[in-house]
Ligand binder design. Structure first.
Ligand code: GH3
Ligand code: MG
Ligand code: MG
Length: 618
């Protein structure tokens, strides 16, 4: 089969050519059978013709022989003694002439026949003798008309000629019989042989044609079968399968079309898989970032994602909430940071283009200048801008071997990471800002009362000790009235700054409202906190000397956790102490409850002075 294909393929490149060959073979077989049949029939006809010629020769020979006898009868008639009537003799002469003519015609017809050479030769000899005999017969009749005696004189010669002619005629007749019999046998044999030849040739030719048609059909079927198998495998999901049929025919074209379809499918499915992969990655990042409540949480997610995306050195450079300069926020946990030295987001090429950029070769003319002269030598790199609400504030930077930048899939994942991390960091920062505004006093930057109260629960949880101070600026209304509200604001800010820089980091100061402030001293007793309060007062006095703000003072009330069973009670004690500071002349610190008053009474009777055991310290 392979051998056949090898020979057939160059010639029969297409199915159409193979079908044309089948048609040609059928035509040729019909032509061959026709030729053989024609040839056999021709042979049969030649043999029939020969037989017909011999039969005619036999008939002419018999006719000539009867003319021989007729002429003898004419001669005998002319020599009869009783026939001396001239008229009768003339009739006999005429008959003799007529018979002569008929004999001559038979001899001419015999000579014209296409006979076997032996027969022709024999008949030619006969013809000579017959002509001599006929001429003699006519001569005798003619002579007998005038001179019977003379005619009788010739009679012996005539008789001898008659007998001789009779003998050769017999020989000829015997030869002709034999030839006719042989011709008949030959004709029958030729006919039988022609029939047999036609049948055998027809069967052989049809068998050969059928075999060739079957072989060609099989070659077409095998080719189609290969294409079918490839198509089935593709339909079953094996997209790596390709049809091997590479012929130039329609089957080859079909195989090419199936292969092309498989290529297209593979590309499309590859793209769909890549999309699905990216979507899955994006969904994971989204879920992970949803659980990230702080920037540090976001950075943790970015770090793990970097490790998942690639093993290349990667870093996330971000501008913090207040500055535009970029700082390294996240580094690849195992591969480390590429250490880009870009200072601000606006200096980064990716940020400027607002799209990821890939550099195949850091030494190339159009490469980012910050990639050059790195200690690791020439590299490739990819930079993905990180933005929030259209404003880029960072970049994801990856480096790899020269001319081998991160693959398309990795770049797509970096884009997803940049987009989502940027959105989350932006959201966390926005939330923090909102939180800050809700819990921060905008004039002084201190916590407001709500923030203070919320933080109390955390800081005093577990029964740890604390002290609380309440402070109220003295005669602030008159400061406002005298120097204006702006100066009043300035005074409030100055006092807040004094608080901020004087209290310990663990302690919390807040604007309680108006010109009143509160301070929580974590883990401190009232006695210990009083030292800090005095530092505050001293610091205030000192600041007022240089600030240009109109001078003012503050009154303080202080209590601690030992003075009440709840924060509310402790606070009320501090409030009472403040009240005592005010009533005692302001610009002083009072500590603890008035000894003679219950805490509840003090709460309702704030406008009454307390004294006795309470401390008032100036
Ligand atoms: P005292 O020594 O008894 O506390 O006298 P005081 O004048 O400070 O007390 P008062 O309650 O009579 O007045 C408080 C003043 O504080 C009234 C108000 O105008 C001023 N004040 C409150 N909040 C602000 C503020 O945000 N800015 C300015 N400039 N003034 C404020
Ligand atoms: Mg007040
Ligand atoms: Mg006041």
């Amino acid at each position: 089969m392979d051998l056949l294909n090898r020979f057939l393929r160059p010639v029969l490149g297409s199915v159409r050519a193979r079908l044309a060959l089948i048609q040609a073979l059928l035509f040729l077989s019909l032509l061959l059978i026709s030729l053989i049949a024609w040839r056999a029939i021709s042979d049969e006809r030649a043999s029939g013709t020969k037989l017909a010629q011999l039969s005619r020769a036999e008939r002419y020979e018999m006719s000539a022989d009867s003319m021989r006898e007729a002429l003898e009868s004419d001669v005998n008639q002319a020599l009869r003694v009783d026939l001396q009537d001239t008229e009768d003799l003339a009739k006999v002469l005429a008959t003799a002439h007529e018979n002569y003519t008929l004999l001559a015609a038979d001899l001419t017809a015999l000579a014209d026949l296409d006979l076997p050479p032996a027969v022709g030769k024999k008949l030619a000899e006969n013809s000579q003798i017959a002509k001599g005999y006929a001429t003699l017969a006519v001569k005798m009749v003619t002579t007998a008309v005038h001179d019977r005696a003379q005619a009788l004189h010739l009679y012996p010669e005539f008789t001898a000629t008659f007998d001789a002619l009779g003998d050769v005629n017999e020989e000829s007749a015997a030869l002709l019989d034999k030839e006719v019999a042989a011709a008949e046998t030959n004709t029958i044999r030729e006919a039988a042989s022609a029939h047999k030849l036609i049948v055998v040739c027809s069967i052989v030719t049809v068998l050969i044609v059928c075999l060739l048609v079957a072989l060609i059909g099989r070659s077409i079927r095998i080719s189609l079968g290969k294409v079918r198998d490839a198509a089935r495998a593709l339909a079953a999901g094996n997209l790596s399968v390709r049809s091997e049929v590479a012929s130039l025919d329609e089957v080859g074209e079909l195989a090419g079309a199936v292969n092309k379809m498989a290529d297209e499918l593979q590309v499309t499915i590859g793209r769909l898989l890549a999309d699905a992969d990216r979507d899955a990655f994006s969904a994971k990042i989204t879920q992970a970032l949803e659980m990230a409540d702080s920037e540090d949480d976001v950075y943790g997610v970015v770090s793990r994602a970097m490790e998942q995306i690639s093993g290349h050195p990667t870093e996330l450079l971000l501008a913090d909430a207040n500055q535009s300069s970029l700082k390294r926020a996240v580094t690849h946990p195992t591969a480390g940071a590429p250490s880009c030295n870009v200072e601000s987001a606006s200096n980064c090429a990716a940020v400027r283009r607002a799209a990821p950029v890939v550099f195949e070769d850091s030494e190339s003319l159009d490469a980012c200048p910050r990639l050059r002269n790195r200690t690791c030598g020439p590299i490739s790199a990819a930079c993905v801008p990180v933005s929030f609400m259209g404003r880029a504030f960072g970049v994801l930077h990856v480096t790899a071997s020269i001319h081998k930048p991160p693959a398309a899939k990795q770049l797509a994942q970096l884009k997803t990471l940049g987009l989502q991390a940027g959105a989350r960091v932006g959201a966390v920062r926005a939330l923090a800002r909102t939180h800050m505004h809700a819990y921060t006093d905008s004039l002084t930057g201190l916590k407001n009362r709500r923030a203070f109260e919320q933080q109390i629960d955390e800081l005093t949880a577990g029964g740890s000790a604390y002290a609380v101070a309440l402070t109220d600026l003295d005669k602030f209304k008159s400061l406002n009235d005298t120097h204006g509200h702006k100066a009043g604001d300035e005074a409030l800010r100055l006092f807040a700054e004094v608080l901020k820089r004087t209290i310990r980091n663990a302690d919390v100061a807040a604007r309680w409202g108006g010109e009143e402030f509160s301070i929580l001293f974590v883990g401190a007793s009232a006695q210990k906190a009083s030292e800090i309060v005095h530092r505050i007062r001293a610091e205030l006095a000192e600041s007022l000397l240089t600030s240009g703000t109109p001078p003012f003072t503050a009154s303080f009330g202080l209590s601690d956790s030992s003075m009440g069973s709840s924060f509310g009670e402790v606070l009320r004690v501090a409030d009472q102490a403040l009240y005592r500071s005010k009533t005692a002349g302001r610009d002083r610190l009072s500590i603890g409850p008035a000894a003679a008053e219950s805490l509840s009474e003090h709460a309702s009777e704030r406008d009454q002075a307390s004294s006795s055991s309470a401390m008032a310290i100036r």
